[in-house]
Design a protein around this ligand. Structure first.
Ligand SMILES: Nc1ncnc2c1ncn2[C@@H]1O[C@H](COP(=O)(O)OP(=O)(O)O)[C@@H](O)[C@H]1O
Ligand SMILES: [Mg+2]
Length: 247
């Protein structure tokens, strides 16, 4: 693999969350204890020395049980979380689909959120005007386009989020579990769209409940266990390993 092909480079990334160990009943007690230096924290390492690289046009799966650190890893790649140690290098424009509804203002309509998200991703109103019909069509939300998204179901959020993120033709698409939210038909549509984008050179970092979906879509990946990368490589071998270890 040529270094110039590397589009995501994760180097020795560790992420530590500090958690209070005491039961504190309120802000006042917290402040008093804090001033007296009586609060103890325990360190929790959600990621420990994780390193891997993703190449241009690669569909890369991240496997692991609940709590393994998958979402935390995707957030460090997306730049939402700064790693406690190590670093992440990204070469290209990124569209993250990390949490359902993240990046939406629930009081605004779907139409307004499309423009808001476009602005967040760095696109002008004019550029979003050009993309708007495609987004509405893909999301199948034409009837609801002027409804505040607070009235949307989780499936509708997923459709809108996916349609916006993919319309911007990013170099890197990050997808955390959202494909399992919509119905089967939409899931297939999303899978087809992801494959199409990959053929055009987009790299995808994919987390899914469904190991079968990972096996069908991805070519390579990693397995996280309690924040540590325990295996990486070819997706077939990785999924076989995952099945034998966890089921
Ligand atoms: N902001 C946070 N503060 C404290 N602990 C967190 C935070 N975010 C995640 N964690 C913990 O880190 C671990 C990994 O979480 P996560 O990355 O969401 O796992 P996964 O996506 O693989 O299910 C879990 O034990 C979770 O409770
Ligand atoms: Mg998660």
């Amino acid at each position: 693999m040529q270094t110039s092909d590397v589009i995501i480079n994760v180097q020795d990334v560790s992420m530590c969350f500090n958690m209070t160990t005491e039961k504190i009943s309120g802000l006042k007690e917290f402040l008093i204890k804090r001033i007296k230096n009586q609060i103890s924290y325990t360190e929790f390492w959600a990621l420990k020395d994780v390193s891997f690289q993703v190449s241009r046009g690669e569909l890369f799966g991240v496997l692991g049980l609940n709590g393994a650190g998958k979402s935390t890893l995707l957030k460090t790649v997306a730049g939402v979380l700064k790693p406690t140690k190590g670093n992440v290098q990204i070469a290209g424009r990124m569209a993250p689909l990390i949490e359902l509804g993240a990046g939406f203002d629930t009081e605004l309509t779907a139409r307004e959120n499309i423009y808001l998200n476009g602005a967040i991703l760095g696109y002008s109103k004019k550029e979003m005007n050009a993309r708007f019909p495609e987004i509405v069509e893909f999301s199948e939300l034409a009837e609801f386009i002027d409804v505040p998204v607070k009235n949307f179901s989780s499936g509708m959020y997923a459709r809108l989020g996916f349609a916006i993120a993919t319309s911007t033709r990013p170099d890197i698409l990050i997808v955390d579990e959202i494909l399992s939210v919509g119905d089967f038909k939409f899931q297939q549509k999303c899978e087809a769209k992801i494959s199409e984008m990959v053929q055009q050179g987009t790299s995808v970092l994919l987390v899914s409940h469904s190991i079968d979906q990972i096996r069908n879509l991805c070519t390579r990946g990693i397995i996280l266990e309690k924040g540590q990368l325990i295996q990486q490589g070819n997706i077939e071998e990785l999924c076989d390993f995952y099945y034998s270890k966890y089921t």
